[in-house]
Design a protein around this ligand. Structure first.
Ligand SMILES: C[C@@](CO)(OP(=O)(O)O)[C@H](O)COP(=O)(O)OP(=O)(O)OC[C@H]1O[C@@H](n2ccc(N)nc2=O)[C@H](O)[C@@H]1O
Ligand SMILES: Nc1ncnc2c1ncn2[C@@H]1O[C@H](COP(=O)(O)OP(=O)(O)O)[C@@H](O)[C@H]1O
Length: 331
């Protein structure tokens, strides 16, 4: 443990979203979670997080949407006041996973000082894209650096696993830089996948936010489970056709029953000539692979105009976890 950095130091990072290219349910555990086998890739649809130390013993968190809540609401065809916009109202108190990460960090390392965090949101919430988990992992790593603690300290991984099953993925397997990883257990056991290729992916978020717990609660364990080995081989070989057609998400059926919009969006994506269209995580976001960058942009524009307003659509590419951290000084 080194000396903490000066209070004038600000660290910034861009927590990425993630997509589950493969997700199999292996069984129900005594602790209420499911044992899963999932393969995840980070993508370049990112939030922005900045963090600094304060002399107070509290956590100040500010949250806002980029470019603004009004523009996001308009894109999605909702007014911020309407009841179905729970995905727009991101809490800035201890309901926010970043707030809980920083509070846990202060307690774990017995810090007398506090934090000021600005969180600019772009990743849709309740989308199965791991937005909250990614923000929390980024906050833990930034807090470690500001306080002279290694981001690979075992306490950071313990805190991450306690915050959520997806949070450890965003730290990178064993703190290594990763463009794809397999997660088992409830999602906290990670192994690196050597994935060098670059894919053009179209990601669609319909204006509906799904509860991860609710989707899991109505999911069934299949009699015969499928193994992630073929997906891992396809990723390592960079064969987009094999990746696209080897995809699986066992939560897709229960999520589609919860939000019928998902089936309609997936049909449109298949009709748009995308490959391997499927739900990510517990949804509601869906993704598909394009045959080229030009095709990805064309399809994204076509889907945007077909459903405007009511969808957020983005042409994404694979990214990296953990996210790069930049340091500056405000003095
Ligand atoms: C479904 C996945 C797929 O990557 O991602 P998202 O859709 O949330 O992005 C993850 O398994 C979600 O991870 P995360 O969102 O961190 O879930 P947690 O907060 O740990 O758990 C929320 C609730 O989901 C259920 N849950 C979660 C993980 C798991 N392996 N089995 C479960 O049954 C439990 O009911 C739990 O109380
Ligand atoms: N930093 C955060 N960003 C987004 N949502 C958050 C955050 N912290 C807590 N939440 C809450 O978590 C839920 C969405 O979590 P998120 O990880 O974005 O969805 P998913 O798990 O489906 O990927 C929402 O109910 C939201 O209010």
């Amino acid at each position: 443990m080194n000396d903490p950095l000066p209070f004038s130091t600000i660290v910034r990072t861009r927590p990425p979203a993630k997509l589950n290219l493969f997700l199999e349910l292996l069984g129900k555990r005594d602790d209420g979670f499911h044992d899963i086998d999932t393969v995840m890739v980070p993508i370049d649809w990112c939030d922005h997080l900045s963090l600094e130390r304060t002399q107070s013993d509290s956590i100040e968190l500010s949250v806002r949407w980029m470019p603004s809540q009004e523009i996001i609401a308009c894109q999605m065809g909702v007014t911020p006041e309407s009841e179905q916009t729970e995905w727009l109202a991101i809490p800035a108190d201890d309901r926010n996973l970043v707030f809980r990460a920083l509070e846990g960090f202060r307690n774990r390392f017995d810090l007398p000082t506090g934090f000021r965090c600005e969180l600019l949101k772009s990743i849709p919430a309740g989308a199965g894209m791991g937005g909250a988990s990614s923000d929390a992992a980024a906050a833990l790593r930034c807090a470690a650096i500001l306080n002279g603690i290694s981001p690979n300290h075992s306490g950071i991984l313990e805190l991450a696993a306690g915050l959520g099953s997806d949070v450890p993925f965003f730290l990178g397997p064993n703190g290594e830089k990763s463009r794809a990883a397999r997660a088992t257990g409830r999602g906290e056991h990670l192994s690196q996948i050597a994935s060098s290729s670059q894919f053009d992916i179209v990601v669609v978020f319909p204006a509906v936010s799904l509860s991860t717990a609710r989707v899991y609660s109505v999911a069934s364990i299949p009699d015969a489970t499928i193994d992630s080995a073929a997906m891992i081989v396809a990723l390592e070989a960079g064969l987009v056709n094999d990746i696209a057609f080897g995809g699986l998400n066992r939560l897709q059926e229960p999520a589609s029953k919860t939000a019928p919009e998902i089936d309609e969006i997936l049909k449109s994506m298949w009709r748009s000539n995308l490959l391997g269209c499927q739900l990510t995580g517990s949804g509601s976001a869906c993704f598909g692979f394009a045959r080229s960058t030009v095709d990805a942009k064309r399809v994204a524009n076509q889907l945007r105009s077909q459903y405007y307003p009511g969808l957020r659509v983005s042409h994404c590419r694979q990214s990296m976890v953990p996210s790069q951290i930049e340091m500056s000084s405000n003095c």
